[in-house]
Design a protein around this ligand. Structure first.
Ligand code: GUN
Ligand code: ZN
Length: 421
């Protein structure tokens, strides 16, 4: 078993993780009480403690998906457009169906089960413009005991009529959702302006107002995903210095702000992100699928801009963070950079918890944290089994998992110590 304690790019691979060939994770009432060498811990277990063995599996914290759209589950793999055309042609008509709470509950339940199949135990999730879409989502997440963050989309500009709100109704719906769901069980609310082109300045300022009224809510949006979109923002907001400046000016940036993509960023914007402690949700399968561009990891690291992994389904093409790591690796290859196996698994676990400001509860196996964890199965397919047999080191095994792995390699998923998959 393994977990991460720091960013491998900052402290070096060797000091970034803890690994026990024959390890034991001790869980009591859903929380970690010990993590270490099985031999050392077994003698101290209380009599009658149930011990579960996972042979030839790698136990690690559950994956964290820092940006995903549950209402887009049924439109994944919609052919042939780039971002702005894709939104108009496929996304908006699909999302219009989520005024119906029944429909929303059905898709939300299906979505959460897919996440668990892929070993994702926490996510930051977009609803649609409809309040009912978020009620339905939180209800499904609550039933499954999951730590989830979600929000009602705010969009009052450049959007179809059946997918538009206004400043007043957006405020009232968001506020009602916060009052009902934020910090209830394991749930939290994210105020969710879709992206600058679909929001008026007044609406984004209203979102920031909510962040002041409820200082521990989250903010999620999109940033600098495609070149066409960046040019549109420049046209729409000529008085601003750039895309991020629109959000900054409205007061939307903070430690709990997560902005998806950040593919086309100025150095100055990276520094601003780092200044606020805001995070980028790096979504490689989506960026490749929509032809949006190649995330600049070197630029991000140079300016100490925090980022973690995300699927961004339905523009993303898989719910699996393993498959997402594989595409993140290839994106860096195309940029002439490297993405090590340790950094990749860090990005899918502890870095995600850092993005969501949840390191006091999730991300690794420190004592007292919530016991959401997975068991990765090296031998899940004949090919991975053969390939793993040739591996000498942990780094090699992790790399095989991230390049060949998918839902089949998630042997088990545990939520608060209970096996759910
Ligand atoms: N920008 C604004 N809305 C969306 C969305 O739904 N998906 C993606 N990938 N980008 C967006
Ligand atoms: Zn998105």
């Amino acid at each position: 078993m393994m977990d991460f304690i720091a960013d491998p790019a900052k402290v070096g691979d060797a000091d970034s993780y803890r690994y026990f060939e024959d390890g034991l994770l001790v869980v009591e009432q859903g929380k970690v009480v010990a993590f270490g060498e099985a031999k050392a811990l077994l003698p101290d277990l209380a009599p009658g403690t149930e011990v579960v063995s996972h042979h030839n599996g790698l136990l690690m914290p559950g994956f964290i998906d820092t940006h995903v759209h549950y209402p887009q589950t049924e439109m994944i793999a919609s052919y042939g457009e780039q971002l702005l055309q894709w939104l108009e042609q496929y996304t908006y008509p699909t999302e219009a169906q989520f005024a119906d709470r029944q429909k929303a509950a059905d898709v939300a339940g299906f979505f959460l089960d897919l996440l668990l199949d892929g070993g994702t135990t926490t996510a930051m999730v977009f609803g649609t413009v409809h309040k009912a879409s978020v009620d339905a989502f939180f209800e499904q997440a609550q039933q499954r005991n999951l730590r989830m963050i979600c929000g009602k989309v705010l969009q009052d500009s450049n959007s179809p009529d059946n997918l538009s709100d206004d400043v007043e109704s957006g405020y009232l719906d968001s506020k009602a959702l916060i009052e009902q769901w934020h910090n209830k069980d394991r749930l939290a609310y994210a105020v969710t302006p879709r992206f600058a082109p679909s929001c008026s300045i007044e609406q984004m300022e209203m979102a920031a107002q909510l962040m002041r009224e409820y200082p521990d809510i989250y903010m999620q949006t999109h940033l600098s995903e495609s070149k066409q979109e960046v040019a549109w923002v420049k046209d729409l907001f000529p008085q601003h210095q750039g895309y991020l400046d629109v959000y900054d000016h409205c007061g939307l940036l903070g430690k709990r702000s997560v902005l998806a993509h950040g593919v086309h960023m100025l150095d100055e914007e990276c520094r601003t992100m780092a200044h606020y402690g805001s995070s980028i949700a790096h979504s490689p399968t989506s960026n490749l699928f929509l032809g949006s561009g190649l995330f600049n990891q070197v630029q991000a690291q140079q300016h100490d801009m925090h980022y973690a992994l995300a699927t961004d389904v339905g523009a993303g093409t898989s719910f699996s963070l393993l498959r997402t790591m594989a595409e993140a690796y290839k994106v860096q290859q195309l940029r002439g950079n490297s993405l090590t196996p340790f950094k990749s698994f860090y990005l899918a676990t502890l870095a995600g918890a850092e993005s969501l400001d949840l390191t006091d509860r999730l991300g690794n196996f420190e004592v007292g944290k919530e016991a959401d964890f997975i068991v990765l199965d090296y031998d899940a397919t004949p090919l991975s089994k053969r390939r793993i047999a040739k591996c000498q080191t942990l780094a090699e095994k992790l790399f095989v998992l991230m390049m060949l792995g998918d839902e089949r390699h998630v042997g088990a998923t545990y939520i608060l110590g209970e096996k759910v998959r």
